[in-house]
Ligand binder design. Structure first.
Ligand code: ADP
Length: 514
């Protein structure tokens, strides 16, 4: 069944894509997106970008001149702007006279006197609400100009009278000249017309160069990203694969497997967690083996006695007496106790136990147990003294608390000194950690040999016995105190022991008062 689960899990994972390939594909896709962007910007949109920049440049220049229209140094400003931006500029008066002019481009149309008729141009600008964008191909324009000169039939409409287009509508790829004109008013209320001429250099050669370069870049980038993706993918997946290999070993039951930590924080943490898991699993395995060994050992002794006495009673008529039958009954009881203890401890420690909390009088319940014990042990000379000032109520599982108290009491009876005295004292105190509540404390003291300081921390553990070879009469299961511990743990109570060698021991527990 287990195997089936594992293999179906494996099958499922074979349909999933590995981290290595995922990283590889992501890197490749990233590189692809970068290349597409590069192509779009460098090749496809380069022309429109360039034209937009040129249009903005010419507009900004016009704006600067407009701002300085009343400046005394207007001419110097115009010359400077014209030179820095490589734009030809003319400022015309209302009547079409050239007031300022700066000529920096050889093939400029506004300074080609045969082409540019200022007066008719002014009219066109005015017709277009004082602002105008025009595109021309300067060679085409000059040819037409020459033809018109040759026919000796020049008309005003031949001068720069191509259709007026919005500036972003540069549909003719051959146009290489932008003319921007705007009518301004100076402080003397004179209308001045600003005319700017800028050249758009043909970009085809540049675009072709870029395209060839991009072919190389694309090839190199693809190669580079494939190599990089493979390296990174391997890098990241290697520690995961190593952990997976170790985890498979762990799954087969090899608890000595250790997971290697790497440079990555997450993988390191995962390794630590898995190492911890492996350690805990090996502890559980050890406990399991110990438990089986202990239980079988503890079961064997009473079973040997029972079968021995039973056989003797069957075979030898003299042995068939009440005394021997009592031994069999006692050993059977011991077996029952052992089996019950083992079941209790496994239920308590796996958390499979439901405790039934009810308000009840702890003092009365304990006093009853003590009285019953006193009656039972009287004949053996044991005395249990119970001291309690008040009857105290608690909210707890009475059966479980009685079981814990009974375990502590039987231990005290088993280990007390020759005076056979046991004292149970009830007291009430304020918990230092919780000043608002009163707590009840029950202390069970004996006068026995006590427990050595080095054994004290371990006596609450399962199967811990201080004197491994002690007399059969007081051999317990080694589970009593660990049941006590579990019961007070689930009740959020407290417990402890004070003991010195040869001075007796005092085991105590405390619970919150209801
Ligand atoms: P056991 O069934 O062996 O008594 P427990 O878990 O009850 O197992 O106790 C664990 C060990 O603690 C005992 O083996 C014993 O050595 C020691 N111990 C418990 N109670 C006392 C006590 N009152 N006086 C001295 N030793 C004690």
């Amino acid at each position: 069944m287990k195997k089936n689960n594992y293999s179906s899990h494996q099958k499922n994972s074979s349909r999933q894509i590995s981290v290595k390939w995922k990283i590889f594909l992501f890197l490749l896709a990233f590189c692809g997106v970068l290349l597409i962007l590069l192509w779009l910007f460098q090749v496809v949109f380069l022309n429109s970008f360039y034209q937009n920049i040129k249009v903005n440049e010419i507009k900004n220049t016009a704006h600067t001149i407009e701002k300085n229209i009343n400046d005394d140094d207007l001419e110097a400003i115009i010359t400077q702007l014209s030179e820095t931006n490589n734009i030809c500029i003319e400022v015309l008066s209302n009547s079409g006279e050239v007031m300022y002019s700066s000529h920096v481009i050889r093939d400029c149309l506004i300074h080609s006197k045969s082409a540019f008729d200022e007066k008719s141009f002014l009219l066109t600008v005015m017709e277009n609400d004082g602002e105008l964008f025009q595109y021309y191909n300067h060679e085409d324009f000059n040819n037409r100009q020459r033809e018109s000169d040759a026919t000796k039939n020049p008309t005003a409409t031949d001068h720069l009278q191509l259709p007026v287009k919005p500036y972003n509508d540069l549909d003719d790829k051959d146009d290489d000249t932008i003319i921007y004109s705007k009518i301004l008013t100076d402080s003397n209320n004179n209308k001045l017309t600003l005319v700017l001429n800028s050249m758009i250099s043909p970009l085809n050669a540049t675009v072709n160069t870029l395209r060839v370069q991009l072919y190389y870049i694309t090839a190199v980038m693809i190669l580079f990203s494939v190599i990089l993706a493979l390296i990174i993918a391997k890098w990241i997946s290697r520690p995961i694969e190593a952990i997976n290999a170790s985890a498979k070993m762990l799954a087969t039951g090899d608890y000595s497997t250790r997971f290697k930590a790497t440079d990555y924080k997450e993988i390191s943490e995962l390794s630590n967690t898995l190492n911890y898991t492996a350690r805990e699993l090996s502890k559980v395995e050890l406990l399991r083996q110990e438990l089986i060994a202990n239980i079988s050992h503890d079961l064997r002794t009473p079973l040997t006695l029972i079968s021995g006495y039973a056989e003797a009673m069957r075979d030898l008529p003299d042995e068939n007496n009440a005394e021997n039958a009592q031994i069999i009954v006692d050993e059977t009881k011991r077996l029952t106790t052992l089996v019950n203890d083992v079941m209790d401890i496994s239920k308590l420690q796996t958390g499979n136990i439901t405790i039934n909390r009810q308000p009840y009088c702890l003092t009365v319940s304990l006093r009853d147990t003590v009285n019953r014990m006193n009656k039972l042990m009287e004949s053996d000379g044991y005395t249990i003294v119970f001291k309690a000032a008040d009857d105290i109520m608690v909210l707890a599982d009475e059966t479980r608390i009685s079981q814990a108290f009974y375990n502590l009491l039987t231990n005290a009876i088993n280990y007390t000194g020759p005076d056979k005295m046991i004292t149970v004292i009830q007291s009430v105190f304020k918990n230092p950690l919780d000043q608002n509540s009163d707590w009840i404390k029950i202390a069970i003291s004996d006068t026995g040999e006590g427990i050595a300081a080095e054994d004290l921390p371990y006596i609450w553990e399962r199967y811990y016995k201080v004197d491994k070879n002690h007399k059969r009469a007081i051999t317990g299961t080694g589970l009593g105190l660990s049941i006590v511990k579990s019961i007070f743990d689930v009740h959020n109570g407290d417990y402890g022991v004070t003991s010195n060698l040869n001075e007796g021991s005092t085991f105590w527990f405390s619970l919150k008062i209801k």
